[in-house]
Design a protein around this ligand. Sequence first.
Ligand code: UD1
Length: 419
Amino acid sequence: MDKYLIEGGPRLAGTVRASGAKNSALKLMAAAVMAEDACLIHNVPDIMDVRIMMDVLAYIGMGVTFSGGDLEITPATAPRLEAPYHLVQKMRAAVEVLGPLIARHGRARVAMPGGCNIGARQVDMHMKGLALMGARMGVSHGYIEAEADGLSGTHLYLDFASMGATENIMMAAVLADGVTVVENAAKEPEIADLAAFLSGMGARIEGAGTSTIEIEGSRTLSGVEHTVIGDRIEVGTLLLAAAITRGEVLVEGADPGHLEIFIEKMREAGCEMRADGRGISVSVPREVTGVEISTLPYPGFPTDLQPQTLAVLATAQGTSFITENIFDNRFMVVDELNRLGASIKTNDHHAIVRGVPRLSGAPVSATDLRAGAALVLAGLSAEGTTEVYDIGHIDRGYERFEEKLASLGAKIERVPSEA
Ligand code: UD1
């Protein structure tokens, strides 16, 4: 994998544009499996995960063309109703084709997603929901196997407001017979974006973005043209990059309504935040101060911004307390941040961060996407040179990350892995 070489120090300044949301684009691509004709999706980020989802769709037999952020997906003539291990293993979100394949074709075989660097991530709720709609679900030889002679609407409660389960069930329900009600549904903006996409295909959905979603099944779905919402996690990451360098940056393409708690926490930490029609800007006039943060399902503080926030708080004045409530192994970045001179202790799902005046550059390794971004942020503020290895993890979810940071004045360079 390539690595980044970062010279810490420059205060980031200027304007940068956020890309389309990874966690929306991937689901819209899965939903396109159900369309009778072509779907055209705009503002799709050119990132590894999108490329892997393109491979999944191509494996199924769909036509996929991607250029300049525009993704066109055409139906398969003789679909292969499978998401194979070699693709699901690279990207868990491939499991999102499960609901669409059963709903549209009555059968699906999807590799069971394995462990993941940020902790165990089950699919039991996805399977339970589809079973309640009448699908015969089983697991055999490492594959989820599902069959149905038509799905029927149901009323179900999720034990936890899982994004993936909400999406898989919502997608299957749009082609089920009758009405499906999902209670304790996930409320993320990407769920509302998926519902808007499905509605454009002719689905009838109410309440997406709230904890109760009601879906009235349709017989067929047409193609649709849709623009992906901005990536709130990328927006947050860029704002935190500005904060860790005590800079001043405007991120365009950001919807402030998607980041309310994050913006409040940044203010509490001493950052000046402004949100208007152009986007969200941050300016750090003085020092950043320690805060308490607990990650929670949306609209709570996003777990996907926790590692990057940890990096910023590592250089804050005073002590910060972080509680991670979504994933059981999301403090892997701590050892690497401590190699850069941070003072962070963890106990189970809590972290105590004692701010230090300055981090010091060192070689470190990205263990996953957001941990990788956190290490880049740390490197931007560290004294001397930081080498971030294994940046393939970062390429999964950030479009032109180093280019965007460099446009704000960061000294960051990609070094290709030795041939
Ligand atoms: C999505 C996002 C990810 C984000 C996460 C939480 C995508 C591609 N990924 O992941 O970036 O960090 O939401 O906001 O959109 N769980 C179960 N059983 C299930 C499903 C989930 O126990 O059937 C548990 C998981 O193990 C995890 C928690 O629920 O601890 C949250 O998972 P979920 O919301 O489903 O996350 P993803 O959809 O995988």
